[in-house]
Design a protein around this ligand. Structure first.
Ligand SMILES: Cc1cc2nc3c(=O)[nH]c(=O)nc-3n(C[C@H](O)[C@H](O)[C@H](O)COP(=O)(O)O)c2cc1C
Length: 385
């Protein structure tokens, strides 16, 4: 009998299609974003803010796995943002974090977030294969090129001009995909990488490769994603579902132009309480009254957003959006309201959403008990088997 894997999960066919579906039948996939970082994605001083510790991550991952949540997406962050809370100052490295969680869960896909310019591709390919074997086909790659100058300075690595970052990432990913293929002892000679007699064994689990995502926002970044990736994370419009639907169609069509299928996802920040009033009050409490504004202003400065560079009204809007989940779509309400907003996003064509919560482990049970059944009744998800 070979109908369970070493992690106790049912056997699954690790085809790329199944990996892209995160081994799930659900029309709207749900992931948790940012739990490997202290404070997660809420720039708040409230005492219950997320620790990002290993025990809390492990507890959260097991809970999410049991509830049928599809994926965990970490943030590759090397240096915190300071402020009163040193926002995201303590972070668990994503590849080792993913390996530990994959060994401790049964179904959930766990991503590692890799800064291409900071990781030698041979080492990265092998680390990812190792994680993929531990998870028996459940590892995913979030490839990022980096934007935070201070982090690169800490490594002593010079950040390239924006366009060249993606040029470099293209070569990096080409090498990784070749190592994961049946190629043996091959040379690679590109504009940036010159490598001889490359060899990498074992191959990823089950004769295919990990699912690959990217969240480029610039035209160059988006073009990179649709050309190379299975999943693309984009910003949903805050004001118009039609606009979100248009962005989804555009991304899918661009991928089709390269003969590729593309899952299209967005990022949300959920505040769900028994009543809408409670949800709005908690949101206000965490993200307005107790926001860590010194950290927010540090983040904005890194992104060159200040009253000197953008109009005052725009600056204030950005300031408030960064406090709340670094610009993710705010989804605030009672279980009916939160479920409805998620159904609407599914109707707009999104494959899924990666969400964050102020304290993931404290808030997830209520979300799973109240919102997931509503999504099942609305036909966008099924009960976990
Ligand atoms: C879902 C999501 C995850 C991301 N993860 C990271 C990350 O872990 N580390 C990082 O430096 N940038 C991360 N980014 C930033 C993007 O990779 C990208 O650099 C950013 O959206 C700017 O786009 P551009 O590179 O095309 O200018 C993430 C963005 C999103 C939306």
């Amino acid at each position: 009998m070979n109908d369970v894997t070493t992690t106790g999960a049912p056997t699954r066919e690790p085809s790329l299609r199944n990996r892209m579906a995160m081994y799930s039948p659900n029309r709207l996939q749900i992931g948790l974003f940012g739990a490997n970082c202290s404070s997660g994605r809420a720039v708040t001083k409230v005492a219950e803010r997320w620790t990002g510790s290993w025990p809390d991550n492990l507890k959260l991952a097991r809970m999410a796995d049991a509830a049928g949540i599809e994926f965990l997406l970490p943030i590759g962050r090397w240096k915190g943002y300071g402020g009163e809370t040193d926002y995201q100052g303590a972070t668990l490295e994503t590849m080792t974090w993913a390996s530990g969680l994959l060994a401790s869960t049964r179904r959930i896909t766990v991503f590692g977030t890799v800064h291409a310019p900071l990781f030698n591709p041979i080492i990265a390919a092998k680390e990812m294969v190792t994680a993929d074997h531990i998870g028996e086909g459940r590892f995913g790659l979030n490839i990022v090129v980096g934007w935070n100058e201070g982090e690169f300075e800490m490594f002593g690595v010079k950040q390239r001009e924006h366009e060249q970052r993606y040029d470099y990432a293209q070569e990096w990913l080409d090498v990784i995909k070749m190592i994961w293929s049946d190629k043996e002892d091959f040379d690679f000679s590109g504009k940036y990488l010159h490598m001889k007699a490359i060899r990498g064994k074992p191959k990823p689990w089950g004769g295919t490769r990990p699912v690959i995502m990217n969240a480029g926002a610039s035209p160059t970044g988006q073009a990179f994603a649709v050309r190379n990736c299975d999943a693309f994370f984009m910003q949903a419009s805050r004001t118009s579902l039609e606009e979100t639907a248009r962005r989804v169609v555009n991304a899918r069509n661009a991928a089709k132009g390269h003969g590729r299928e593309l899952g299209v996802y967005t990022v949300g920040v959920i505040t769900c309480k028994p009543t809408r009033k409670e949800a709005e009050e908690y949101y206000h409490h965490c993200i307005v009254e107790h926001a860590d504004w010194s950290a927010v202003d540090g983040i904005l400065a890194l992104k060159n957003i200040s009253p000197a560079t953008v109009p005052m009204q725009e600056f204030l809007t950005q300031r408030s959006q960064y406090a709340q989940g670094m610009g993710g779509l705010p989804i605030v309400g009672d279980p009916d309201g939160v479920a409805q907003q998620l159904v609407d996003l599914s109707k707009a064509g999104l494959t899924g959403i990666a969400v964050s919560l102020v304290n993931y482990a404290d808030e997830l049970p209520f979300f799973c008990d109240e919102v997931l059944p509503r999504l099942e009744r609305a036909g966008v998800r099924e009960q976990p088997g």
